[in-house]
Design a protein around this ligand. Structure first.
Ligand code: NAD
Ligand code: UDP
Length: 320
């Protein structure tokens, strides 16, 4: 059945892929974005679709629209962007959550929150299970994002308990793919752009910190599955690829896949940079029948291809 679906942050990296998948499934999509980190180019190829509507709006302000379901993705996600205006980051997470939850309450519709593995901070439990409460610095430079997202989760569960709102909370682990912002400072986009341009590959710290990278198509599939679960299944559910690797090995893989002559240089590690990150996805496997299918090399090749075209100016068409 065709529904009208609100996607906040729909002009961003993950949001644009989600809008595309929802339109392909026959739904109407209302994309709400203030273009802080999102771009028109990400959704340009959707503009001609009569079932796609774009609204420029800041989610920290109340939202008066109609929808059958809500995906709340609006929030800068990379450290460079969320630390640019930390107060606004907290407002986006917290006020944004209050506004979409108020909307979901009024409309009596399900609302999905794009939470993050950052709620685990620098974890003492490995791999991270949903029952782990995390190890987060409340006053550091990453706190605006980590604590903003934690408070948003609190609000989601309070609206659920107090107002019976049908909430779906997912904790997204590092995700990569086409339409990542080339300057957002995240490791996959940084390394690929550096490798393609023949510049030095900047490893922060000694490169022995780990992350687990999920290709965006797999993630969006998990998001849609979570939204389809029965009323009352709230999560939180980890969504990520459990294949863990060091940042040093990621650098080597990208240099090899690009065939680059770039050399590796080492830079100081940012404050509170987590040492390891790997999702336990048993809950997603059992409740959503979801397991990421795309191998890292395949996903990286598709991402390299995207950046290659972007950097050489071959294609402004971001339909990838
Ligand atoms: P992104 O920066 O590409 O997208 C975020 C979008 O939200 C952008 O289009 C931006 O313009 C919009 N936005 C920001 N503040 C807004 C506001 N106040 N009002 C309206 N729109 C606003 O980031 P992404 O990687 O696509 O992340 C999407 C969501 O997923 C975020 O909530 C992020 O926290 C979460 N997430 C992403 C990752 C990841 O690895 N990419 C990991 C964990 C969680
Ligand atoms: N990183 C790096 N070089 C870069 C960008 C990031 O070594 O050019 C490291 C960063 O310090 C972190 C990891 O890669 O340990 C992942 O960083 P990212 O910002 O992509 O994600 P997050 O830290 O939020 O997981």
């Amino acid at each position: 059945m065709s529904e009208r679906i609100l996607v906040t942050g729909g002009a961003g990296f993950i949001g644009s892929h989600l809008c595309e998948v929802l339109l392909d499934a026959g739904h109407e999509v209302l994309c709400v974005d203030n273009y802080f980190t999102g771009r028109r180019e990400n959704i340009l190829h959707l503009m001609d679709n009569k079932r796609f509507e774009l609204m420029r709006h800041d989610v920290s302000q109340p939202l008066h629209v109609e929808a059958d379901r809500i995906y709340n993705l609006a929030c800068p996600a990379s450290p460079v962007h969320y630390q640019f205006d930390p107060v606004q980051t907290v407002k986006t997470s917290v006020m944004g959550a209050i506004n979409v939850l108020g909307l979901a309450h009024r409309l009596r519709v399900p609302v999905l929150q794009a939470s993050t593995s950052e709620v685990y901070g620098d974890p003492h439990i490995h791999p991270q299970v949903e029952s782990y409460w995390g190890n987060v610095n409340p006053i550091g430079p990453r706190s605006c994002y980590d604590e903003g997202k934690r408070c948003a989760e609190t609000l989601f569960f309070d609206y659920h308990r107090q107002h019976k709102v049908d909430i779906k909370v997912i904790r997204i682990f590092n995700t990569y793919g086409p339409r990542m912002h080339r300057n957002d400072g995240r490791v996959v986009s940084n390394f690929i752009v550096q490798a393609l341009e023949g510049k030095d590959i900047t490893i922060y710290g000694n490169g022995q910190q780990t992350r687990s990278f999920c290709f965006v198509d797999d993630l969006v599939d998990g998001m849609v599955r979570m939204m389809a679960t029965e009323h009352g299944f709230t999560g939180p559910v980890n969504l990520g690829n459990p294949v863990e690797q060091t940042i040093a090995s990621l650098a080597e893989t990208i240099i090899r896949l690009v065939g680059s002559k770039s050399k590796i240089v080492y830079r100081p590690i940012p404050t509170d940079d987590p040492m390891k990150r790997k999702p336990d996805i048993e809950l997603a496997q059992t409740k959503l029948q979801w397991t990421p299918a795309i191998k890292i090399e395949h996903g990286l090749l598709r991402t390299i291809d995207y950046f290659d075209k972007l950097l050489s100016g071959v294609s402004a068409d971001t339909h990838v």
